[in-house]
Design a protein around this ligand. Sequence first.
Ligand SMILES: Nc1ncnc2c1ncn2[C@@H]1O[C@H](COP(=O)(O)OP(=O)(O)OP(=O)(O)O)[C@@H](O)[C@H]1O
Length: 327
Amino acid sequence: MMDIVKVTNVKKSYKKRKTKELVQAVKGINFTIKKGEIVGLLGPNGAGKTTTIKMMCGLLVPDEGEIYINGIDIQKRRLEALRHISVVLEGNRNIYWRLTVKENLEYFAGNRGFTKKQIQEKMDHLLERFNLKEKENEMVNSLSRGMQQKVAIAIALLADTEVIYLDEPTLGLDIETSYEIRRLLKEIVQEEQKTIIISTHDMPVVQEICERVIIVNHGKVVVDDRVDNLLQLFESKAYRFTLLKPLSDWQKEVLKKEFIVTISENDNNQTILDVNITTSEGFYKITEILEKEQTPIEKIDRSIVDFEEVFMNIVKGEKEIDLAHTV
Ligand SMILES: Nc1ncnc2c1ncn2[C@@H]1O[C@H](COP(=O)(O)OP(=O)(O)OP(=O)(O)O)[C@@H](O)[C@H]1O
């Protein structure tokens, strides 16, 4: 299948206003996205995601490297390339607050050159599907954040671009609305051949929706792999220690410093230590910490991991993990 997005050796530095010092935000990023894929672009704060996305949307010019959307060089043929991508920004900054839901949809679809009849048909369908029919004549600024988010996504769908970029689509939403957005996104991916790129810190969304993740840290891609592969890889490294004595404060402190751990208690008053061990030395280190205070180990099992833990481990222990097969 064709690469609908291609980012090649892209670099970008900012000049600090006061000191004029150069900050290298993106240090040579490479990835490709195929048509119809749903990809998470993730990374801790300051990793370089926003800078990358801004370059993909033509809002910033890279210092080096190339970006192609649907085979079109975004720097050479900017407007043509941008016709293939819709952007749903966090906080719904790209919808008009003083227009009604319907007016917003009509305005943006009109911008794309659709006829009135085409717009009407698609709009009715989308309003129905997004449960927004009753709100069609309400001003966007009177709607809840979740509804505004739905309007923004509906606009992107109405524009009918091949690529849709969603920035933090579930940020600040209650559980129910967040669930509804997730369901809608899943439906869209299944029913329409859209390519969706999501940047988010909401890891359950990633686990549920994304097929693949590109994780950026310190301005570089550190992982580019399928979500199920990563879960499997980390599952083979996740251990559950059942202990017959509570951990001391010292043990807790050292464990938390060196590993990503969860400490809990089971029904038999035993201490449960869930830990991700990514190197063989890690295993010895844990047993050493337990032995130092004579903490008896009842048993050691494998435990189930979720994507949140996978992400934390990658970002925290980037250098320790054997990423040979991922990047
Ligand atoms: N306009 C700017 N001027 C100077 N430095 C900037 C500017 N924008 C971003 N940076 C710096 O570039 C680096 C990458 O920032 P970027 O916003 O791309 O990260 P991010 O991964 O999107 O983070 P977040 O998840 O917090 O949005 C950071 O060190 C940031 O401080």
